[in-house]
Design a protein around this ligand. Structure first.
Ligand SMILES: Nc1nc2c(ncn2[C@@H]2O[C@H](COP(=O)(O)OP(=O)(O)OP(=O)(O)O)[C@@H](O)[C@H]2O)c(=O)[nH]1
Ligand SMILES: [Mg+2]
Length: 327
């Protein structure tokens, strides 16, 4: 199985680089499945990635993230970028599911060969979103997208983490945001390189800006790997007002992080964290394999009969789980 996935992955990536969108989609499906297929894809994509600038974009449900991303795609396309989008929230309009807030504009991008939009389904993937997302981003990167946007709902810990591990992290808030994300406020403050106050057509925009400025003044210098305090821009994503400025701010922040060496430091830390996670996922797969096997049931019998202590049983299973020559 591993050998055939490897051949597949190789050919699929070549096709993807030639502009074959179905090939990109298949590679991402393999990543979502996890296991050997995902490893085979990453083996070929990894060495050809590292060129893209990744942008994590998070915020409360309904903050206007997808509408904003849709507008940003247009701006980035006009600047000549190829754009990949991963939407990791199941209710996102990008899924083409129930909540299609922006059908027309999405339709425009759907016809654009320079844009690839995909919603992530990681149910059943060991290690889940946190393991699959960086690999999926690398597929888009290796396939030629030089800008990769990762949209997540900033509610769960993992979703915020995933967005926070991009090169640049954008936190989308709305006027009066404080109540909606009270519990997560500190976490969002910590990861943001840029705040976008979207829905600026609503009242309370100035107060929200003042609120953010005050919080930023207090948390100055807390950014991972250093970097300047987060900027603040306001947008009305539905009309496009401020969206070009918001994207310019993203690009400017990325450039700043590059020239100050912060980006490099962040990527190194990220790589280390990813290796930890992937190792954990691999070991979890081995545990699942072992637990489903006969040796596990035999050992369990002995433990049930109090002839073998659990730690000794575990040690025996771990030794059995090692394939000779496989480390
Ligand atoms: N008034 C106003 N409405 C907006 C603005 N931006 C987005 N919306 C609306 O807000 C709703 C949610 O927009 P989405 O782009 O789906 O928000 P989201 O953050 O991606 O939502 P989830 O992915 O479900 O968390 C839609 O009805 C949009 O039309 C804005 O600037 N002003
Ligand atoms: Mg969305």
């Amino acid at each position: 199985v591993a050998a055939s996935s490897a051949v597949d992955a190789d050919q699929l990536l070549e096709a993807a680089q030639g502009g074959d969108r179905a090939a990109v989609a298949r590679l991402l499906t393999m990543v979502e499945r996890g296991g050997d297929a995902a490893a085979a894809v990453d083996r070929v994509a990894f060495g050809q990635s590292g060129r893209a600038c990744t942008v994590g974009l998070t915020g409360a449900p309904g903050a206007g993230k997808s509408t904003l991303v849709s507008g940003m795609i247009g701006v980035a396309r006009r600047a000549g970028h190829r754009v990949g989008v991963l939407a990791v929230d199941p209710s996102s309009p990008f899924t083409g599911g129930a909540i299609l807030g922006d059908r027309v504009r999405m339709g425009d991008h759907a016809l654009d060969d320079g844009v690839f939009i995909r919603s992530m389904a990681t149910r059943g993937h060991l290690g889940g979103l946190a393991v699959a997302t960086p690999q999926a981003a690398r597929v888009l990167d290796a396939a030629g997208c030089d800008r990769v946007v990762i949209e997540t709902v900033g509610v769960g810990q993992v979703e915020v983490e995933v967005a926070g591990e991009a090169d640049i992290t954008v936190v989308v808030v709305n006027p009066g945001w404080g109540d909606a994300v009270q519990a997560n406020k500190a976490g969002l403050m910590e990861i943001a390189d840029l705040f976008v106050i979207n829905k600026a057509d609503r009242t309370g925009t100035a107060e929200t800006r003042a609120d953010l400025e005050q919080m930023l003044a207090l948390s100055q210098g807390d950014r991972p790997g250093g970097g300047r305090p987060a900027g603040i821009v306001t947008t009305i994503a539905t009309t496009g007002e401020g969206v070009a400025e918001a994207w310019s701010a993203v690009e400017a922040a990325a450039e700043d992080l590059r020239t100050t060496g912060v980006l490099d430091a962040r990527r190194r830390a990220r790589t280390e964290a990813e290796l930890h996670r992937v190792l954990g996922a691999r070991l979890a797969e081995q545990v699942a394999d072992l637990a489903g096997g006969e040796a596990f049931r035999d050992a369990l019998d002995e433990v049930q009969g109090r002839r073998l202590a659990p730690w000794d049983a575990a040690d025996r299973l771990v030794r059995l789980g090692r394939v000779p020559g496989d480390g």
